[in-house]
Design a protein around this ligand. Sequence first.
Ligand SMILES: Cc1ncc(COP(=O)(O)O)c(C=O)c1O
Length: 282
Amino acid sequence: MPRREAKIAFTFGATAHAVVHAGATPVFADITPETFTLDPDAAAAAITPRTAAIMPVHLFGQPADMQRLTALAELRGLVVVEDAAQAIGAALDSTPVGTFGHAAAFSFYPTKNMHTIEGGMIVTADNHVAHRLRLLRNQGMNGRYEYEIVGYHARTTDVSAAIGRVQLAALPRRNACRQANAAFLNDQLCGVITPPLRPGAVHVYHQYVIRHPDRDALRQHLADQGIGTDIHYPAPVHHSPAYNVPATLPHTEQATAEVLSLPVHPHLTALDLARIVAAVNR
Ligand SMILES: Cc1ncc(COP(=O)(O)O)c(C=O)c1O
């Protein structure tokens, strides 16, 4: 039986779309509610003979439980593809995200911790995969007009690369600002669930996501105080019209009702942070 399924959890739609574009079927498994990342027990329970891969998402910049997920993958003969779109600079036990699996994808969309206006990066230590990715990026060509496979136009422009080099140099400082802002919020906020840090993790806080049972009222209150917030994500991907999977994933579904992303970006001033704390703690 061909292996044509990948296990994924609470995420942005692109994680699931990538599985479909690869000719496979995304199978959704639940998260651990504290970290918003794929629950290894839920992933294990969802594995069938058709399963080819596990796709942990390092959501909001927090590494997934890679020790257990890579051990599970090894035990069951599965590939691990990390969705590190939101997590450049994050690490677990001194190992950078993107180096745990067989391949990993990073996003350089403008809202990310670093960007190239648009674009992204795939990393792999597997030469065969790297060769295939290079072909796919450039119309399947291995040499000029030699079409080894059917590919895409997915090349990075020189302008994007130049922007990326500057952004990359600023990344450590910007991630450190995000971490300092998050540490301040963790310390000062009351009456909400602040994002816990996985032991051994370096979290880069692409989003700083709190939980509150009356999320929409809190969001309105913050908007009234002039504090912009967002919801990542307001609905689970598996219930969207594109997938319409009837499965119930209680932790994912509860998260969509309770999560609220507060400002954490590196340009926040001490006054901004104090205003956010005062408004949340009202
Ligand atoms: C978790 C996750 N996966 C994948 C993507 C897709 O990245 P891109 O928009 O660069 O294709 C994003 C982008 O927001 C994301 O947040």
